[in-house]
Design a protein around this ligand. Structure first.
Ligand SMILES: C[S@@+](CC[C@H](N)C(=O)[O-])C[C@H]1O[C@@H](n2cnc3c(N)ncnc32)[C@H](O)[C@@H]1O
Length: 306
């Protein structure tokens, strides 16, 4: 993926008045491992609810999405959720797409052995740009799978644009199964992104290791503190790294000063009202939209036909 990493994109983000690093840089190999650990911590509710919804509503999901086509997992991570879907959707082909290519390759290798009847393909790609799918999918019915509320990492207009691109790639058949985190009590959101073990903090601070590797910059992790806050007006969690003292960061050809308390914005995680999210799916052209939520309406799994 190195070739697709834009050094200029990182420099531009660091030099902006509100410094930022795009969230995709959270996922180097260690970042992917740290995220995998986060999915096990009690405060981080989304993976447990999403998996439970997929299990509880497997029959309805099968009826809506059909069986036997291609399953295309966007931002697949460790592929665990797609694996849980295999008995429901019985895909003939499975294509896992992720920017964290080495981590993805390892995840897929273990899946191959467990499901030899499914043709599997790993695609290391950045979803910010259109992704070329393997030619073996030509003419196949395609069900896209976008789990983990990764859609929430995009600004709403970017989310709509991605949904439209996905629908076009369904080629009028198949659809999209997508997990989305919902607006809820602020205390639950705060706890999920400020876990007591400090795993989310480690995940966030590790982005600086990744940037150092890509940019040859000299970030020192001990100079930065994790902060995650909920902005109720924008319905989003914001993750930041705050400088703990006045400092400067340098890289070949550039430098940026940070005052104590100044931050680098590393991730947004938008929370949707279910009706707003399904309206956005409809606006992207999806039809016959179904949605399944848990008792507390904390998370939803939605399906829309292309
Ligand atoms: C929140 S995790 C979800 C992982 C998995 N789908 C799950 O639900 O457990 C986001 C995943 O998307 C990948 N990712 C993030 N930004 C990406 C991008 N721009 N292009 C491709 N993959 C990306 C990350 O590497 C990570 O595996």
């Amino acid at each position: 993926m190195q070739s697709e990493i834009s050094r200029q994109e990182i420099v531009d983000g660091l030099c902006a008045a509100q410094a930022s690093i795009a969230p995709k840089y959270l996922y180097d190999d260690l970042g992917s491992r740290l995220f995998e650990l986060i999915t096990h911590i009690p405060e981080y509710y989304p993976p447990r609810i999403e998996l439970a919804l997929m299990t509880r509503h497997a029959d309805e999901i099968r009826a809506a999405a059909g069986t036997g086509g291609a399953l295309i997992d966007l931002g697949a991570g460790n592929c665990r959720k797609a694996r849980a879907l295999f008995p429901t959707l019985r895909p003939r082909r499975y294509v896992a797409v992720d920017i964290s290519a080495e981590f993805l390759d390892r995840a897929l290798a273990s899946m191959h052995a467990a499901f030899p009847e499914i043709g599997m393909f790993a695609v290391g790609a950045d979803l910010s740009a259109p992704v070329a799918l393997p030619a073996v999918l030509d003419g196949m019915r395609r069900v896209f799978f976008f789990a983990g509320s990764s859609i929430g990492n995009l600004q709403p207009q970017g989310a709509l644009a991605l949904l439209k691109r996905i629908r076009l790639q369904c080629a009028g058949r198949g659809g999209l199964l997508i997990g989305v985190d919902l607006v809820k009590d602020e205390a639950a959101l705060h706890a999920a992104y400020n876990d007591d073990l400090g795993l989310t903090a480690a995940f966030n601070r590790n982005v600086l290791n990744h940037v150092n590797a890509l940019l040859h910059s000299d970030f020192r992790l001990s100079d930065w503190r994790h902060r995650a806050i909920y902005d109720a007006r924008l319905s989003r969690i914001e993750m930041h790294l705050d400088a703990v003292r006045d400092l400067a960061v340098a890289w070949p050809g550039g430098r940026r000063r940070f005052a104590a308390g100044e931050s680098i914005h590393t991730e947004n995680s938008y929370k949707y009202r279910l009706e707003d999210f399904t309206a956005m799916m409809a606006q992207a052209g999806f039809r016959d939209i179904r949605a399944w939520t848990d008792e507390r309406a904390w998370f939803a799994v939605c399906y829309g036909g292309a």
